[in-house]
Each structure stands twice: as C-alpha cells, then as structure tokens.
Design a protein around this ligand. Structure first.
Ligand SMILES: CC(C)[C@H](C(=O)O)[C@@H](O)C(=O)O
Ligand code: SF4
Length: 475
C-alpha cells in the first residue's frame, strides 16, 4: 500500500468516481449554508423541481447580515437582508433543512456554531459557500468553500465535482512565547509564504507547537489558512480533538463510538507520505503580529518597522502594492506600528470570537477602561459563546471596561449589517481580512490577536501587549 497524506486518505474515503486526472466526484458529509450564498442555489433547485435527498446533512445559519444590537428580538431593518433571511427560512422549511434562524438563542457565525454542536468530526468532508470553511481542519475534517453553483449541486446530490489539490506541510516546532497566540503564528506564516503562497494546496499543520495548541487556537490557525490561498487546512486529530468532539457530539452512541474511534485513529499522514512542499517555522521566533497594509500578508511583528515605500513595481511604471497599501492605510514607511492611534476596536469573527478569545481579552482589560475617544465592541461568535461569557463573568468585565457587548454574528468583520466603520477610521480588529473598505468605505483594518486588540482598546494606540503585562498594568 502506498503511503498517503491525511488529505489523500480523506479524499480516498470520499471519492464517488474519478472523472479525469484532475477531478473527482466527492461525497460531502456536511453542507453548511448561510443566507448570503444560498438564495440562487435554492432558486435553481426549486426551478428544476429537485428535492434535497439528505436534508439532515445540510445545516443553515443566518450569519452575515444579522444585526448585533443587544436587543432580545432582532429585526433586520435592511429590506434586502431581511429578504435573504426570510428566503433562507422558507427554503429550509420547504426542504426540511435544520436552521439556526435570526432569533435562535444559539445562532451565530456558521463556523463558530457548527463545531459547538458536535457537527464537525474528524475524517469528514465539510463544505459551505464560504471561504473560511477551512476552519474545520482543526478537528481533522477537510473543510473548504464552494461557489453558489456548486451549492446547488451539493443540495441536489450531496456531492460535488472536486479538483484535486497538492499537499503542503507546514511544520512548527518549539513553544510560542508568552503573549503570542495562534493568530500571531498564522499572521507570521502568511507574511512569509504570501497571500497566494498556499494556492492550489491543502496545508497540513504539524509539529510540537501545533500539538500544544488548544482546539480553539487550532480553529484560528486553520481559519486563516485560506488567507494564504490554501484550498483546505488539516491537523491530524489527537486526543484533544477527539475529546472535544465526543463532548459535543451527543448523538454518537456507545456502539458507534468504538467504530468512530477506530476510524479516527487512522487519520494521520503516513511516515513515508510525500508532500509537494514543506515549510518549517520555529514557534519561539513568533512575536505579536499586526498588519500594516491591505492584504493579510502585509503583516509585521510589533518589533519591526513599517516597510519602505517602493515607488513603482520594478520596471513596470505602475505603483507597487506596498505603495498602494501605504497610501490606503496612511502609515509612514520606516515608522513603528506601535503608538499608532486607533479609533475603533473590534473583537469578533470566526477567527477570534470564541470563549478562549474573550477570556483573554477580559484578562487584559479587567480593571481598565477603554481609552477616551475609542469605540470598542465585542461580538461573540455565537449565542453559546455569549451565554458562557455571561455565566463566567467575562461579559461584565468587558462591559465595566467600556466595551459594547453585542449579539452574535459576522458584524464588522465585513460590515454587511449596520456595523460599519466610518471613512478613515482605524480599527484594531481580531478578524481575518484587511482588504480596502472591508469594514467600511475608507476604513483601515489592522489584523491582530485578541490580546493585542485588548491592549489597543485600553491604550488607544497599537501596543505591544507584552509590554503592558510587564509594566503590571493588567491583571
Ligand atoms: C460572504 C462570504 C461569501 C465571504 C467568504 O466566502 O468568506 C465572507 O464570509 C468573508 O469572510 O469574506
Ligand atoms: S465572521 Fe467574517 S470571515 Fe467569518 S464567515 Fe463571517 S464574514 Fe466571513
């Protein structure tokens, strides 16, 4: 038997048919949907009069357009968004698809909600019309985003035509320094391999630093793999991942458990498996990372200087991407990012709005106040996260510090609801994309960890959280 990577094993167990050298028909265990990328797919299906044969293997969550004002009954004021939500409900009802609707107490961001309920399990193929479906690699599931036409195909057949990807391994050995998190690690990785550095590949993360990460930190890591262009991200499931799943997947009976455990034990890359590309990183070299530009790979450690402006792309006469980015973000080449004033702090998104993230923020802002002139909001990733944070007293710490404590949703991660930043506003954000206008027209996004965003909130400027700790200002 030839040695296989974990990715190849997952493909082998889900291949319905080989179509040609590059494409297979892939079976999918779970299809997640949101209100934003599903309407045309349902319309196509309904026009053709096709049923959804396996409705229980599809789940929908209202994520993107939902308002996050802290009121009990959320009403979507924007007519187009309200229509998307009501269409989703109608389509789910029609086809018997489970839905976390607008006012479901467990609603939230689809990628936060689904693992919480034990829906994501090692060895699964999970797809969604959303690029951050790579998140599920944290549990040893192959997750990836699909387009709307594919959503229709999946609804009708639970399969899709899948173009094979290459195998990339990213090995991280060593220990993350104090004050550094999975977010800093992934920003460093993306900075080094580039926003297209994993294009065409599924990344398998491995090494002692990866094994040492909590499951929530692994979600953060795999979530952002797509920002390096990856078609998927995987971490071989270990005991931590198995315990996480078994604690939540209450439908796994004791008979099924033995079978599941035996299967999950096979989910690793064989020793002799061949990777097309391997990158190695040393976790001890990670420092808090912050983006300075308009692409997630335009990131530097807080100790570095903003890169020099390259006036034009060599010989092309067109402005370099660095120059364009600096123009947009209004930063000075050669200056330090530390000390840059921010007007807004956003703690949220499928990258960093889980309970561990909020605990970390609370620990830093406890007994502090959000700096004058700064608006800071926390948007929990799901209703369950929100409830837990309230039960643990975290919400109160955040409120006492002056944060807005909001209802769950995507919110200002992409400003598709009414949480939109004003022109020229600079935001310390725990999200995953810093594209131009992502959080509002003319708004500037600095991606960073929850700890770094917390430090920015209480100081009003981009701040090295490690310095804050060493001066005893926090805790
Ligand atoms: C709206 C959706 C299609 C999009 C995605 O695919 O990722 C969004 O979630 C994002 O983060 O930009
Ligand atoms: S939280 Fe942000 S990145 Fe995640 S699904 Fe929503 S919009 Fe996309």
């Amino acid at each position: 038997m030839t040695a296989k990577t974990l990715y190849q094993k997952l493909l082998a167990s889900h291949t319905v048919a080989t179509l040609d050298e590059q494409n297979i028909l892939l079976y999918t265990d779970l299809h997640l949907m949101n209100e934003y990328t599903s309407p045309q797919a349902f319309a196509g299906l309904n026009d053709k009069g096709l049923p959804v044969p396996l409705p229980g293997q599809n789940v929908a969550v209202v994520s993107h357009i939902i308002p996050t004002h802290a009121v009990r009954n959320r009403i979507i004021a924007d007519p187009a968004s309200a229509l998307q939500a009501s269409n989703l409900k109608r389509n789910c009802d029609m086809h018997g698809i489970p839905l976390f609707d607008t006012n479901d107490p467990l609603q939230g961001i689809e990628h936060v909600v689904s693992p919480e309920h034990g829906m994501i399990r090692p060895g699964m193929v999970v797809i969604c019309g959303d690029s951050h479906t790579t998140t599920y690699g944290a549990l040893g599931a192959l997750g990836f985003g699909i387009g709307t036409s594919e959503v229709e195909h999946v609804l009708a057949t639970q399969t899709l035509v899948y173009r094979l990807a290459g195998n990339m391994r990213i090995e991280v050995q060593g220990t993350l320094p104090v004050g550094c998190t999975a977010k800093d690690l992934i920003l460093k990785i993306i900075r080094h391999i580039g926003a297209q550095g994993a294009r065409g590949y599924v990344i398998e993360f491995c090494g002692s630093a990866i094994s040492a990460l909590s499951i929530e930190s692994r979600f953060t890591l795999c979530n952002m793999a797509v920002e390096a262009g990856a078609r998927g991200a995987l971490i071989a499931p270990d005991q931590l991942a198995i315990d996480y799943v078994l604690a939540r997947a209450t439908d796994i009976t004791s008979d099924m458990r033995e079978h599941a455990l035996a299967h999950w034990a096979t989910l690793f890359s064989d020793d002799d498996a061949v990777f097309d590309v391997t990158h190695r990183f040393d976790a001890s070299e990670v420092a808090p990372y912050v983006t300075w530009g308009i692409s997630p790979d335009q990131a530097i450690s807080i100790e570095e200087r903003i890169p020099a402006d390259e006036p034009e792309q060599a010989g092309t006469g067109t402005r370099s991407y660095t120059a364009q980015a600096l123009d947009y973000t209004g930063l000075t080449p050669g200056a330090s990012l530390a000390g840059t004033p921010i007007q807004h702090v956003f703690i949220g998104s499928c990258t960093n709005a889980r309970i561990e993230d909020l605990r970390e923020v609370a620990q830093i802002v406890r007994k502090h106040r959000v700096a004058p002139g700064v608006r800071a909001m926390v948007v929990p990733g799901s209703g369950a996260v929100r409830q837990q944070a309230e039960a643990e007293g975290i919400a109160q710490i955040l409120i006492d510090a002056g944060f807005e404590w909001r209802q769950p949703g995507c919110s200002m991660c992409l400003a598709m609801n009414d949480d939109v930043l004003g022109f020229g506003q600079r935001c310390a954000s725990t999200t995953n994309r810093n594209f131009e206008g992502r959080q509002g027209r003319g708004a500037i996004t600095h991606l960073m960890s929850p700890a770094m965003a917390a430090a920015a909130a209480i100081t009003g400027v981009i701040t090295d959280v490690r310095k804050l700790k060493s001066t005893g200002e926090s805790l």
